[in-house]
Design a protein around this ligand. Structure first.
Ligand code: NAP
Length: 258
C-alpha cells in the first residue's frame, strides 16, 4: 500500500500536511512523540477520508529511531512514495549561554534523523524510479542568524543537502525539495521559548503547505513560502554576507539575546 510518511505530524506544519494529503486521498504514516495527539488525528483523518491513517510514536532524535521507523514501515507493508521530513525545533539566545545538550539534540533531530530517513527511503524510490521527498528548512537557512545560531545552521544544512539531492535524483524519477517557511503560526515558538510567534508577516501553516505542494508538483529544488519572505531572502543575495548578518543581529538583539 502506498503512503506518505510525515515526521512531526502531531502539530503545526506537519499536521496540516497530513490533513491536506489525506483530503487528496493519500494514506498517511504519521510520526511524532505525542502518541495521544497522533491517535486523535489518525482517527479523525481515517473517518473523514477514505484512506488509512497510521502512526508511529517515536523520538526521532534518538540514534536508533530512523532505522526503527524504516523497519516499521516495511513491516506494515507500506510503500513510502512521499517522505516529508518536517520534525524539528529551534532555540533562541546567546550561544555561549545555551544549554549544550539541547543544541546537540537539535542537530540530532534537524540534521541526523533527516539525513538517515532520506538515505533509507531514497533507495526504494530510486529502484522504483518514482517518489518525492520534502525536507523542511527555513528562511533562516539563507544567512547566519545571531541568537538562533545552531538552528539557522541546521536549516542551512537542510537547504544545501536537499538542493544537491534534487540534482542527483531528478534523472531517476525522484523529486527532492527544500521547503523554506518564514515565521509561521504554529507551536514552534512555544516549544523554543514558551511564547507566541511574532505577529509580523506570520503565515498560517495552511499557506505554507499549499505553497509546498504546488512547488513540488512543479519539480522545484526549493521554495520560500510567502512573497514577503521571498523578497527579503532574494534581495540580500548581492549584499556582503557580513552586512546581512549584522542586520539579522540587529533584528534579533533586544528580544532574543538573553
Ligand atoms: N513555525 C515557524 O515559524 C517555522 C519557520 C520555519 C521553519 N519551521 C520548521 O517547520 C517544521 C515544523 O515545525 P512547526 O512550525 O510546525 O512547529 P511545531 O508545531 O512545534 O511542530 C513540530 C513537530 O515536530 C515534532 N517533534 C519535535 N521533536 C521531535 C522529536 N524529537 N521526535 C519526533 N518528532 C518531534 C513535534 O511533535 P512532538 O512534540 O509530539 O514530538 C511536532 O509535531 C520544523 O522543522 C521547523 O524548524 C518552522
Amino acid at each position: 500500500m502506498n503512503a506518505t510518511l510525515i515526521t512531526g505530524a502531531s502539530s503545526g506544519i506537519g499536521e496540516v500536511f497530513a490533513r491536506r494529503l489525506a483530503a487528496r486521498g493519500r494514506n498517511v504514516l504519521l510520526v511524532a512523540r505525542s502518541e495521544e495527539k497522533l491517535i486523535t488525528l489518525c482517527n479523525e483523518l481515517g473517518r473523514s477520508n477514505s484512506i488509512r491513517a497510521q502512526y508511529v510514536a517515536l523520538d526521532l532524535s534518538l540514534p536508533e529511531s530512523p532505522a526503527r521507523l524504516f523497519e516499521e514501515a516495511e513491516k506494515r507493508g507500506l510503500t513510502i512514495d512521499l517522505l516529508i521530513n518536517n520534525a524539528g525545533f529551534g532555540s533562541f539566545g546567546d550561544f555561549s549561554k545555551a544549554d549544550l545538550a539541547r543544541e546537540l539534540n537539535m542537530i540530532d533531530l534537524n540534521i541526523k534523523a533527516l539525513v538517515e530517513l532520506t538515505y533509507r527511503f531514497l533507495q526504494p524510490m530510486r529502484e522504483r524510479k518514482q517518489g518525492a521527498i520534502i525536507n523542511v528548512a527555513s528562511t533562516a537557512a539563507f544567512q547566519g542568524v545571531p541568537y538562533m545560531a545552531t538552528y539557522a545552521a541546521t536549516k542551512a544544512f537542510v537547504l544545501s543537502f536537499s538542493e544537491a539531492l534534487w540534482e542527483e535524483n531528478r534523472a531517476f524519477g525522484v523529486k527532492v525539495m527544500a521547503l523554506c517557511p518564514g515565521v509561521t503560526d504554529t507551536n514552534f515558538f512555544e516549544a523554543a521559548r514558551g511564547e507566541k510567534p511574532p505577529a509580523r508577516a506570520s503565515q498560517t501553516p495552511e499557506e505554507v503547505v499549499d505553497t509546498a505542494l504546488r512547488a513540488l508538483a512543479r519539480g522545484k529544488s526549493h521554495v520560500i513560502s510567502g512573497w514577503i519572505n521571498r523578497v527579503m531572502t532574494e534581495s540580500q543575495r548581492l549584499a556582503p554576507r557580513s552586512l546581512v548578518t549584522r542586520m539579522a543581529g540587529r533584528m534579533m538583539r533586544g528580544r532574543y539575546d538573553e
